[in-house]
Design a protein around this ligand. Structure first.
Ligand code: SAM
Length: 276
């Protein structure tokens, strides 16, 4: 198992008992993934411990729920903790690398020079998972996964690498294109991402809820946010990338809200979108 996968598993073990702390974040995420029309098939990428998903509530509006993650044990234990281990409508897809690149990336270092092929693969390789998943789906969500995909690049080539920005832009584009590839025409998508944490902005836990949007705008202006998850840049990408913009019928930014992770708090946003 490569070091990048090991890091994700360690991260999940660390937060496996955080069900209580996740409560208000879970309500927000679950509300975003509910669907009020026909019974549907929902696919959730980066479901991990499922602490941010009230699966019983989601089963009321979805006929099938497909949970996808690199870490199968986290999925299995997360579902078991919600007493849904033998629920025939929940399907686990563990061991799936949603970048399609983690083995290759684990050999990258600050000294490596990446080829055009490597960069193009960051955009295209996420689609390798399409063969392993029973898509397309009526709803597809990415739950605080994008920042982790980008963290793999921070941990390998590092922030000072001359191609760092190019690579994280490619990873982000590949992820957004994957969401749309997994969706049925008319289906809905929800990209949820943590943007900044109390590690770099310690007052975050005490910011009054009504001031959170304004504070986040200021933090983004000051460059105080995780690489690659500037909310405005994500919305612009949906609108401007030739592949994405052709497929997106509507876009709705949601949030921010706060996620109490235990050791730290995060400001989180979502973008809801519909496929033409
Ligand atoms: C921050 S956690 C999301 C929180 C999670 N939904 C929960 O409630 O515990 C990010 C998840 O993304 C998964 N992940 C990270 N990189 C991945 C990759 N390349 N492919 C698939 N899953 C990945 C991790 O294993 C982890 O479960």
């Amino acid at each position: 198992m490569n070091s990048l996968v090991q890091r994700q598993i360690a991260f999940n073990l660390n937060s496996s008992n955080a069900w209580e702390a996740f409560s208000s974040h879970r309500s927000q995420v679950t509300w975003l993934l509910k669907h009020d029309t026909d019974p549907s098939r929902l696919c959730i990428l980066g479901a991990g411990n499922c602490n941010d998903l009230d699966l019983t509530t989601l089963l009321q509006s979805h006929q099938e729920i497909h949970l996808v993650d690199i870490d199968l044990d986290a999925l299995a234990q997360g579902v078991a903790k919600q007493n849904l281990a033998n629920q025939g409508h929940i399907h686990l897809h563990g061991g799936i690398d949603l970048t399609g690149m983690l083995d290759l990336m684990s050999h990258w270092s600050p000294k490596v020079t990446l080829s055009k092929t490597d960069i193009a693969a960051c955009i295209d390789a996420p689609t390798h998972c399409l063969e392993q998943l029973p898509g397309p789906f009526d709803g597809v969500a990415s739950t605080c996964l994008l920042s982790q995909l980008i963290k793999s690049i921070v941990d390998t080539i590092g922030e000072d690498h001359p191609q760092f920005v190019t690579v994280i832009q490619a990873i982000r584009l590949g992820h957004l294109r994957l969401l749309l590839k997994l969706m049925n025409p008319g289906g809905f998508g929800v990209l949820i991402t943590d943007v900044v944490s109390s590690d770099s902005y310690p007052p975050l836990p005490t910011v009054p809820t009504q001031n959170l949007s304004q504070v986040l705008v200021q933090l983004v202006r000051q460059g105080n946010f995780f690489h690659g998850v500037n909310p405005a840049a994500i919305v612009n990408l949906f609108r401007q990338d030739p592949v994405l913009s052709k497929q997106v019928a509507s876009l709705e930014p949601v949030g921010p809200w706060r996620w109490n992770f235990g050791p730290r708090h995060y400001a989180v946003i979502a973008v809801k979108f519909q496929k033409k």
